[in-house]
Design a protein around this ligand. Structure first.
Ligand SMILES: C[S@@+](CC[C@H](N)C(=O)[O-])C[C@H]1O[C@@H](n2cnc3c(N)ncnc32)[C@H](O)[C@@H]1O
Length: 208
């Protein structure tokens, strides 16, 4: 599904930015939205990976936490070029999240903001397995993404957004229990928090 608006939102960063800002109003504005998945993570002095970083909308907030190293990975060369402009202190790596070009146990923290909804179930499994591999034991993973709303009045705006901008994989994610997916991959201390009437989830988990 999806519409031409999806292509435009990828082609024109200002359009993607505008949409993100409107969507973020449901959680109190864009800065709060971008920081939600960073709450309580041990970022200072850590080796941090922003997975599927896009143009760095979350990466820029990671800089403020003064990590030891900060790497952004994205499959799109254009996204990596935008990251270089927007967050010059981060190292940009163009790669697929399913096949990360890093040794095991390279990172203390991995974050992934609003990207898993673009993946098929098998891609998602591969990516989460890669996240587990590149984390040190005890390292933290945090993700933010769509979730099936708990309050009925959040369904119409979410359904409109998904119909205009997303594909089937976003609808499929609504039926997935991400904490239950993470556990068999090798994560523990899994914690899910819901926002915006349940339509947004932030999940934090620690590598066992
Ligand atoms: C919706 S954007 C989110 C970008 C950013 N994390 C944010 O919060 O604004 C999803 C990003 O995932 C990237 N992406 C999609 N599939 C990917 C894959 N298999 N491996 C790496 N990056 C991927 C896209 O290029 C895009 O930049």
């Amino acid at each position: 599904m999806a519409t031409i608006l999806r292509d435009w939102s990828y082609r024109y960063p200002w359009l993607y930015g505008g949409i993100s800002q409107v969507a973020a109003l449901t959680v109190g504005g864009e800065p709060r939205f971008r920081r939600l998945l960073l709450q309580d993570l041990p970022l200072t002095g850590a080796r941090v990976l922003d997975l599927c970083c896009g143009g760095g909308d979350v990466t820029r907030y990671l800089v403020a936490a003064q990590p030891q190293t900060l790497v952004g990975v994205d499959a799109s060369p254009k996204a990596i070029a935008r990251l270089a402009r927007n967050v010059p202190t981060a190292e940009g790596v163009c790669a697929f999240a399913e096949d990360l070009p890093f040794a095991a146990a390279t990172f203390d923290v991995v974050v992934c903001s609003t990207a898993l909804h673009e993946m098929t179930a098998s891609q998602r499994q591969e990516i989460l397995t890669e996240v587990q591999r590149v984390l040190v034991p005890g390292g933290w993973f945090a993700l933010a993404d769509f979730h099936k709303p708990r309050q009925p009045w959040f369904w119409p705006p979410l359904a409109l957004f998904l119909a205009l901008f997303e594909t089937e994989t976003a609808w499929e994610l609504l039926a997935v229990d991400l904490p239950a997916v993470l556990e068999p991959i090798g994560f523990q201390n899994i914690h899910q928090r819901l926002y915006a009437g349940g339509s947004l989830q932030v999940v934090r988990a620690q590598k066992a």
